[in-house]
Design a protein around this ligand. Structure first.
Ligand SMILES: Cc1cc2nc3c(=O)[nH]c(=O)nc-3n(C[C@H](O)[C@H](O)[C@H](O)COP(=O)(O)O)c2cc1C
Ligand code: SF4
Ligand code: SF4
Length: 266
């Protein structure tokens, strides 16, 4: 394969990054990385050519592509650029997220050649999708990448004739938050290390007071909670606890598995 491999992903608690990198490792050891998790990395316009191959990954939020990313995706242009779409969800469901990701990028000049949904530990709890993606998931991710590489090397057809069909409903699930605005609280164990503020994808945490969080900016991604070295951050809102318990009760007993989709040329 003579294309430049690129990874473009958002990841708040690292599961999307793990999957995307593993898919890429099945294609080529060398790649360019565009980690668009921090706001500073979501400003520049990006343009890819037909000589590029881009693996694009996002976590699923409410069965959709995270809303705050959609505007930025308008600034990322392809030029008949082949792309692989990956969504990672917390063992509930990914609903229309993969179709939405594919459509968004195909409207911007990308050509979908493959897509997949994978499972990551749920942002809200360690009791749903615990420790995923695990070894089995990552093996599937790597062999998916290898299969795409093999198909790309063997296909004679031009990518312009490509059609990729993935699961999802064209009338995307309505975006509605099951919980109102809220932000994590910080307890007295905080050692003021600054990790939470440095990693917050929305710059919602005050660098002069790590317990001061802008509720209007917080997207409940749980990066600050999962990264805090002393477990000083948590959502204590009653609605959050009820919602999370309901997720655990309804979705923790069945292990969901990755779903893979290849285009018609493969
Ligand atoms: C706001 C929000 C909404 C979510 N919605 C869903 C969902 O609809 N279905 C699901 O299975 N998981 C859902 N999750 C869980 C994430 O998709 C999952 O934990 C994913 O692995 C996070 O990826 P990351 O580690 O790359 O941030 C949601 C998480 C957050 C923070
Ligand atoms: S990561 Fe935890 S310990 Fe570090 S500043 Fe944030 S809340 Fe405090
Ligand atoms: S403050 Fe909100 S947006 Fe920022 S890392 Fe924590 S949960 Fe995510």
């Amino acid at each position: 394969m003579d294309k430049q491999l690129n990874l473009l992903y958002f990841t708040a608690t690292d599961s999307t990054a793990k999957v995307v990198k593993e898919v890429a490792s099945g294609i080529n050891e060398k790649f360019k990385e565009y980690n668009i998790t921090l706001p500073l990395n979501r400003e520049k316009e990006l343009v890819f050519s037909s000589e590029d191959l881009v693996v694009i990954g996002v976590p699923v939020y409410g069965g959709r592509v995270p809303e705050f990313l959609v505007n930025y995706f308008g600034k990322i242009k392809g030029n008949n650029t082949p792309a692989i779409f990956i969504v990672v969800y917390g063992n509930r469901d990914y609903e229309d997220a993969l179709l939405e990701l594919k459509n968004t990028f195909e409207e911007n000049g990308f050509i979908g050649i493959a897509g997949a949904s994978f499972i990551g530990e749920h942002s809200y709890t360690t009791e749903l999708g615990t420790h995923r993606p695990d070894k089995g998931d990552l093996e599937i991710a790597k062999s998916f990448g290898e299969k795409i590489l093999e198909k790309l090397n063997n296909t004679e057809a031009t990518l312009k004739e490509t059609q990729l069909v993935v699961k999802g409903n064209l009338h995307y699930k309505e975006r509605k938050s099951a919980m109102g605005p809220m932000a994590p609280e910080t307890n007295e164990d905080c050692i003021n290390c600054g990790v939470c503020a440095n990693y917050c994808p929305m710059s919602a945490i005050n660098f002069n007071d790590y317990s001061d969080i802008d509720i209007a900016k917080c997207i409940k991604c749980c990066s600050c909670i999962k990264r805090c070295p002393v477990n000083a951050k948590s959502f204590n809102d009653e609605m959050f606890k009820i919602f999370t318990q309901r997720l655990i009760d309804n979705f923790s007993s069945t292990r969901k598995e990755p779903e893979l989709f290849l285009c018609n040329l493969f």
